[in-house]
Design a protein around this ligand. Structure first.
Ligand SMILES: [Zn+2]
Length: 446
């Protein structure tokens, strides 16, 4: 969504809320103009100084505690004083989730990554994997407070937290952010859409936190139950996480239900990484998070605007994960944001690194192919076939068209989105197998 559309979309929504809830406007609740913490507005130079200061502290703390980073540094003969700038990070290895799980298996519970003894912790989370994540007795430990404020939650909001509270960190992570922000939390977890719809109506819920698809399921159930979401409820802000949010679904939340759906991004081990602001043009990186975008194969930084793996170092001295590879693909937005926050922004999350295919030296991701297809409503189904006749990569977009439709100018779209030339082959409807892959790589490398 462009900056302009974002602005119009929000101002339209604000006008509707005002009409519906004059008392809220009179109380002065402004969901969209202020910034929570001063670090969000630091100049480029000051933010760098701020981040390099905490980076040095995190490295020193990891080294002293003897985390696996110390062994890696010793092996590479890198001293603590050699990691002083953001650029120095490239001297250190990237840690993956698999590395973390293996280290934890060998050296339970935290694989040596936690700098506090378990008895000093507030909580220990266990996620599938299994992975154990320590939670320190520190205010806003997972950094969600800033993100939730940016997305529009305010003190006095009544928010249903639909993430699970058991055997996953999600429920408690957001619980902490919400309560520190001064919102009232209703822990509802997943499932029970009928009960969830009743809660929205009966408890005057103003905010939803969870996945977009689950919100849609609750709203549909509410309609079936005869609840008019626009008229009978106060729900107006949703922070949507852990899933892709299609633009069409965001639009439906706005148009059909008067709900602003904002996105944020984080992981179970790292907490909050980035979040949308009212301009809705990418996600601002939290000031306590250093993000690098790396080529998934060479692990070298990509140029500005190019997609790569999101690799993260956070200002967490209790659980210092340095250069933690998220496995998620994104790129950095290159323009300043009018909202007043100065941190750089991640564009949308484009998918997972392990789904990526390299064609003629360029990364191609299933989501790009899906984008191409979605731009042409004439296309019923399609897939990208990558072959390698005569030692040259060749891309062919195979598509099935809706009966009676014209052949769309899909070749151009393909070149625009994927930045590579490809052929287009029209197939008879029903030719592609059910559950076909979006990218079919038939190259032989022997
Ligand atoms: Zn912004």
């Amino acid at each position: 969504m462009s900056e302009k559309e974002g602005g119009t979309w929000l101002s339209r929504l604000r006008a509707r809320w005002r009409a519906r809830q004059p008392e809220v406007t009179e109380r002065g609740i402004d969901r969209h103009t202020s910034v929570l913490i001063p670090e969000e507005k630091l100049s480029e130079g000051k933010r760098r100084a701020y981040q390099e200061r905490f980076l040095r502290e995190v490295i020193a703390r990891s080294y002293k505690a003897g985390t696996p980073l110390r062994a890696a540094m010793q092996e590479a003969r890198i001293g603590v004083d050699q990691i002083r700038t953001l650029e120095d990070l490239t001297k250190l290895p990237v840690t993956t989730k698999t590395d973390l799980a293996e280290a934890q298996k060998k050296n339970p519970p935290f694989g040596g990554y936690c700098t506090e003894p378990p008895a000093n912790l507030l909580r220990i989370h266990r996620s599938p994997g299994p992975i154990f994540d320590p939670v320190g007795r520190v205010s806003d430990y997972w950094r969600w407070k800033t993100a939730l404020y940016s997305a529009g939650f305010r003190p006095g909001d009544i928010v249903m937290n639909t993430f699970a509270y058991h055997l996953t960190p999600a429920g408690h992570m957001f619980e902490e952010g919400l309560s520190e922000l001064g919102a009232t939390v209703i822990p509802t977890g997943v499932g029970n859409t009928e009960t969830q719809a009743e809660i929205i109506r009966d408890l005057g819920v103003t905010g939803y936190l969870g996945t977009p698809s689950f919100l849609m399921a609750i709203l549909k159930k509410a309609e079936q139950m005869g609840i008019n979401v626009k008229e009978d409820t106060r729900l107006e802000v949703a922070v949507l996480l852990a899933e892709m949010l299609p633009q069409s679904m965001r639009q439906r939340f706005t148009d059909e239900y008067n709900i602003v759906g904002m996105q944020a991004y984080g992981t179970a081990d790292l907490g909050c990484i980035a979040y949308e602001c009212p301009e809705v043009n990418g996600m601002h990186i939290h000031p306590d998070v250093i993000v690098e975008i790396l080529d998934p194969q060479t692990r070298k930084p990509v140029s500005d605007g190019e997609p790569g793996e999101v690799v993260v170092t956070t200002n967490n001295k209790i659980y210092p994960l340095v250069r933690f590879g998220t496995g998620d693909l994104s790129s950095l937005a290159q323009y300043d944001c009018p909202c007043g926050r100065t941190s750089r922004r991640l564009t949308r999350i484009m998918g997972r690194v392990d789904q990526i295919t390299k064609v003629k030296g360029m990364f191609v991701h299933p989501s790009q192919v899906q984008t191409v297809i979605s731009k042409h409503p004439e296309i019923l189904r399609g897939r990208l076939v990558v072959a390698r006749p005569h030692d040259q990569d060749v891309m062919t977009l195979e598509i099935e068209l809706k009966p009676g439709s014209q052949v769309p100018a899909v070749e151009e779209t393909l070149r625009e989105v994927v930045k590579l030339r490809g052929a287009v082959k029209i197939l008879q409807p029903g030719t592609l197998p059910e559950n076909h892959r979006v990218i079919e790589d038939i190259r032989k490398w022997d």
